[in-house]
Design a protein around this ligand. Structure first.
Ligand SMILES: [Cu+2]
Length: 84
């Protein structure tokens, strides 16, 4: 089932940071899409779509690997919804 995980990440300041985080998260098994809403002076919102549920420890390790800090975590399975 498709799963959407919404993360809060601090320490990101520019498009270079966005690329670094996107690349690290994309390398996690099952991840199909990463969207980053950069908030240079605060908590950037990162949305990760994946084919199965992700382990928080894997995601946190990827964020830290890129040099940033995971501050919040919310994961929800996406119901199959023909309308959207
Ligand atoms: Cu940067």
């Amino acid at each position: 089932m498709t799963t959407t995980t919404t993360l809060g990440v601090t320490g990101m300041t520019c498009q270079h940071c966005v690329k670094a985080v996107t690349s690290e998260l994309s390398a996690i098994d099952g991840v199909t899409r990463v969207d980053v809403e950069l908030q240079a002076d605060g908590v950037s919102r990162v949305t990760v779509a994946s084919g199965h549920a992700l382990a928080r420890s894997d995601v946190e390790a990827a964020i830290e690997e890129a040099g940033y800090v995971l501050t919040s975590w919310e994961q929800a399975p996406v119901a199959a919804h023909p309308a959207n």
